[in-house]
Ligand binder design. Structure first.
Ligand code: SAH
Ligand code: SF4
Ligand code: F3S
Length: 470
């Protein structure tokens, strides 16, 4: 057989040689056919962005990609720990891989991402899922070649130790499948420790990227034809705090906005405690910055906000919203909200409903509280049964649906600039988005994907608009 590796020699390779040796080991393992990987991503945009790097690294190792589990030589799940439901889904899907592995014993099964940063989860994988070959956390993407090397060479399971890396790996290859919209992380981790949230435990301490690296990446993306860039971070408003040079998020936005080209900039997520008038002013004057603010409020009640450790009040939240509406009258505001935080009463929940009515969100991400091991909220009394919380949740959805319906109806007859993103499943229909991130269906015979066009809004459906090009 060709490409047989002398494994003893490989134990002492230099770093640069590693990639070539791993490539050969992979070919050897998969009998010299083109190796295929399946990468499935759960969770938020941060995880999707990490998966683009994971795919970049795997492509460098010679992997091609498949969507078919039976066809894959490596199956990797990039997992999310934000709610119990997210974890249950992953466990269900990992369990289903057992049969595939039995049919194809040379298959490598890998799990990474936020769930794998939790000790109790890794323990469960070790004992209950013996067919999983590799486990690594959110800080180990750059180590993938080394980890695969260990599996292939030592023929044993590899569990990478959790470390909160102080240095951001800037030189990782990125494989972006979408050719119109790109995400660019501007920071990693979170220092806020909202009492219900697992993210600071699984993503480590907050670290900002150097502005020069961000600007270089954004310029390259724009020059290669992308039309929309989303700047990512758990709390983009605290960008720059750990950097030696003095720069904040507004300043970064201004610098990016000054890059020539036809493109839009979005960003998420903003935290109300750090959202400043300066940020709104920058949005109002920016040439490329979308008129869309995603500002999670979580609860409309001050007692609950305090217990959530959110560091703002309902009044402070409404103050920034009102300032934004004054400066950018057509701004679209979206948010996240949690129903049924431990100890929340129905009266306190009603404050959430009243805040929703007062703001008029164009869409809301709504969640029923989920207990997360290791968080402060997990130690609090939670007397309201899930069934009762579900009723409150339905009440909230009803209120929000009515608000969004009215908001969408008020857009009929208006002219909007949209970016055409994709074809719809309906023949001759394209899906576009407004600057406020509202979906618009447009009918056209030409291929409009990747173009900015002006449309007249014709009708409002539930959760999208229809329009025609003008
Ligand atoms: N960093 C972002 C959000 C990250 S998580 C921010 O602070 O806004 C996305 C959303 O998941 C949160 O805004 C919150 O609404 C929800 N979430 C987080 N932990 C949760 C939990 N334990 N139960 C229910 N929802 C939760
Ligand atoms: Fe979680 Fe709060 Fe950090 Fe957002 S800001 S990731 S909700 S701890
Ligand atoms: Fe989930 Fe991790 Fe994002 S827990 S929401 S994938 S940061």
């Amino acid at each position: 057989m060709q490409n047989i590796i002398d494994t003893n020699k490989c134990l002492n390779v230099k770093k640069g040689e590693e990639l070539e040796i791993v490539k050969k080991l992979i070919l050897q393992r998969f009998k010299n056919k083109v190796p295929k990987a399946l990468v499935r991503t759960y969770g938020c945009q941060q995880n999707f962005s990490d998966s683009e790097k994971i795919k970049g690294v795997l492509a460098e190792l010679g992997f091609f990609f498949t969507g078919n589990e039976a066809d894959a030589d490596l199956i990797l799940f990039n997992t999310c720990a934000i709610r119990e439901h997210a974890e249950d889904r992953v466990f269900g899907n990992v369990g289903a891989l057992k049969n595939i592995k039995m049919k194809n014993p040379s298959l490598i099964i890998a799990l990474c991402g936020c769930m794998m940063e939790q000790e109790h989860i890794v323990k469960k994988i070790r004992t209950s899922f013996p067919f999983v070959d590799l486990v690594f956390g959110t800080h180990s993407i750059s180590k993938i070649p080394e980890l695969i090397y260990k599996i292939l060479l030592k023929k044993q399971r590899v569990f990478e130790n959790v470390v909160d890396e102080k240095v951001i790996s800037e030189d990782l290859p990125v494989l972006r499948e979408n050719k119109i919209k790109a995400s660019v992380p501007i920071m990693y981790g979170c220092d806020n420790f909202c009492s219900y949230c697992v993210v600071p435990y699984v993503r480590g301490r907050e670290k900002s990227r150097e502005p020069s690296n961000i600007l270089k990446e954004v310029s390259e993306i724009i020059n290669s034809g992308y039309k929309e860039i989303t700047l990512l971070g758990q709390n983009v408003n605290s960008y720059g705090k750990n950097l030696t040079q003095s720069i904040n998020f507004s300043e970064l936005l201004k610098r990016i906005d000054s890059i020539d080209g036809e493109y839009w900039i979005r960003f998420m997520t903003s935290h109300p405690k750090d959202a400043s008038c300066d940020l709104i002013d920058t949005m109002a004057t920016g040439k490329h910055i979308c008129k869309h603010l995603h500002l999670p409020f979580q609860s409309g009640n001050n007692n609950i906000l305090k217990k959530m450790n959110r560091h703002y009040t309902r009044e402070k939240y409404l103050e920034i919203i009102n300032y934004a509406k004054k400066k950018i009258p057509d701004i679209s505001i979206t948010s996240d909200v949690i129903v049924g935080f431990p100890g929340e009463t129905y009266e306190e929940f009603c404050d959430t409903l009243s805040l929703i009515k007062e703001v008029g969100f164009s869409s809301l991400f709504t969640f029923i509280y989920s207990k997360r091991e290791g968080t402060i909220a997990a130690t609090l009394d939670d007397p309201i049964p899930y069934e009762e919380k579900s009723k409150w949740f339905s009440e909230l959805l009803k209120v929000q649906t009515e608000i969004a319906d009215n908001l969408y109806k008020n857009m009929i007859g208006k002219k909007e600039r949209v970016l055409v993103e994709d074809k719809s499943s309906k023949d001759g229909i394209f899906i576009a988005r407004t600057s406020g991130n509202i979906a618009v269906e447009i009918e056209d015979k030409n291929n409009l994907i990747g173009q900015f066009v002006d449309v007249l809004i014709l009708d409002a459906k539930r959760s999208y608009l229809t329009g025609k090009i003008v």
